[in-house]
Design a protein around this ligand. Structure first.
Ligand SMILES: *Cc1c(COP(=O)(O)O)cnc(C)c1O
Length: 429
């Protein structure tokens, strides 16, 4: 075999010290704080190696065995491995691993299932849905006719009766479920029934949670959905990218909607990295990780509740915690900034029926995937909840508040020293 001409950091430092510095500073940022963005994770160094490989040089428009370019033998091999591994892992009839991102996967899925102007029924953005589920700022809201369903005011969970009523009234071409800030399980069978009743396609956007499905920690949408779209970089812990799983009879339409309709050449280095991640996700250790992700999110939610941060919907079944801060009188925006000062990275997030503007919000969203990858468990999650509670209540403009935030940052430093991302060597202060 040949030589792996992989990442040569010394060459980068010589040739482009500014970007070399950015990369080092980013490693330090990721390792020196708590990463609680629900859609982030730490890939393996094997995934990073594939991303930094010479497959990045290869043009491979088309699909394995039918490319528009020569020299695609190894690209074909990588893509076939990625597709086979995904099909096996999720029991899917057909898989397309070429979408550059979750949003690109959704664009292709809409293109395969609907015509411009068709009604599509999806969860409202302000209730946990995604921009690609019909926001006016996105193609999905401009090119299709979006109808939004919500969660109920009391349970803060999906109101399946409302979904059915809206489906009957509007006869959508596609019904979409799967969200970006919905902590509970989704009843895919109920959505399937509603879709069948009105003759709609059921598209499940599993961008956030497909990794939990891979690890057997939550039920799979695959048996119920016509199309499942996802990202590969969230709980699934692969490279940044998208993927589409579908029934055999939709295979051609999905493939054509990805290429040539919405994309050009696939990123073959990313596809190789997706294959690596999918192999990792089939290992027993990944099952342990996925189950721990859920237990950690539940411990986090319980800890936040004890701090007076009310869990939206009463809890979580997944990897994410959504908390209502109104009882402590702090906005989501202020809470995010205060946590940042304590080296805790999470995001402000609208809660259902949020009285605040989207730029302010009444809530925060925190996810357990990254810290679970680092090896943290329920005890650490309770500690983190305490730190978040303290940070949220600490006004940095007061002496006492600033001191408490500094104490919290010290405690965070201790935690990440015990559970370092990427290797067990001491984290530089
Ligand atoms: C993250 C996410 C996406 C978009 O993924 P990108 O890779 O950022 O384009 C789409 N849908 C849902 C529900 C998501 O959570």
């Amino acid at each position: 075999m040949g030589t792996f001409w992989g990442p040569d950091f010394a060459a980068l430092e010589r040739g482009d010290p500014e970007i070399a510095h950015v990369l080092l500073a980013e490693v330090e940022r990721q390792r020196s704080g708590l990463q609680l963005i629900a859609g982030e994770n730490f890939t393996s160094t094997a995934v990073l190696a594939a991303l930094g490989s010479t497959l990045a040089n290869k043009y491979a428009e088309g699909y394995p065995g039918e490319r528009y370019y020569g020299g695609c033998g190894e690209a074909d091999h990588a893509e076939r491995l990625a597709v086979e591994r995904a099909r096996e892992l999720f029991g899917a009839e057909h898989v397309n691993v070429q979408p550059h991102s979750g949003a690109a996967a959704n664009l292709a899925a809409y293109a395969a299932l609907a015509e411009p102007g068709d009604p599509v029924l999806a969860m409202e953005l302000s209730h946990g849905g995604h921009l690609t589920h019909g926001s006016r700022a996105n193609f999905s809201g401009k090119w299709f006719h979006p109808i939004g369903y919500r969660v109920t005011a009391d349970t803060e969970q999906i109101d399946y009766d409302e979904v059915r009523d809206l489906a009957r009234a509007h006869r959508p071409k596609v019904i979409i479920c799967g969200a970006t800030a919905y902590p509970r399980l989704i009843d895919f069978a109920a959505f399937r029934q509603i879709a069948d009743e009105v003759g709609a396609y059921l598209m499940v956007d599993a961008a956030h949670f497909l990794g939990l499905v891979a690890g057997g920690a939550i039920p799979s949408p695959v048996p119920h959905a016509d199309v499942v779209t996802c990202t590969t970089h969230k709980v699934l812990r692969g490279p940044r990218g998208g993927m589409i799983l579908c029934r055999a009879e939709l295979a051609q339409r999905i493939d054509k909607a990805v290429f040539p309709f919405s994309q050009g050449g696939p990123m073959m280095h990313v596809i190789a990295a997706k294959a690596v991640a999918l192999r990792e996700a089939a290992q027993p250790a990944f099952r342990t990780y996925a189950h721990q992700v859920v237990r950690n999110a539940q411990a986090l939610v319980a800890g936040l509740a004890a701090e007076g941060l009310r869990p939206v919907s009463g809890g979580t079944d997944t990897h994410l915690a959504l908390a209502d801060l109104r009882a402590v009188g702090v906005t989501g925006r202020a809470a995010e900034a205060r946590c940042e000062l304590a080296r805790i990275t999470l995001n402000k997030n609208a809660i259902p029926y949020d009285p605040e503007r989207p730029a302010v919000t009444s809530g925060i969203r925190a996810g357990s995937p990254s810290v679970t990858t680092q090896g943290m468990r329920e005890g650490e999650m309770r500690q983190i909840a305490g730190l978040i509670g303290a940070a949220v209540r600490s006004d940095p403009d007061t002496t006492a508040g600033a001191a408490r935030l500094a104490d919290a940052a010290d405690e965070v430093a201790g935690l990440v020293r015990r559970f370092p991302a990427y290797g067990r060597q001491e984290v530089m202060a």
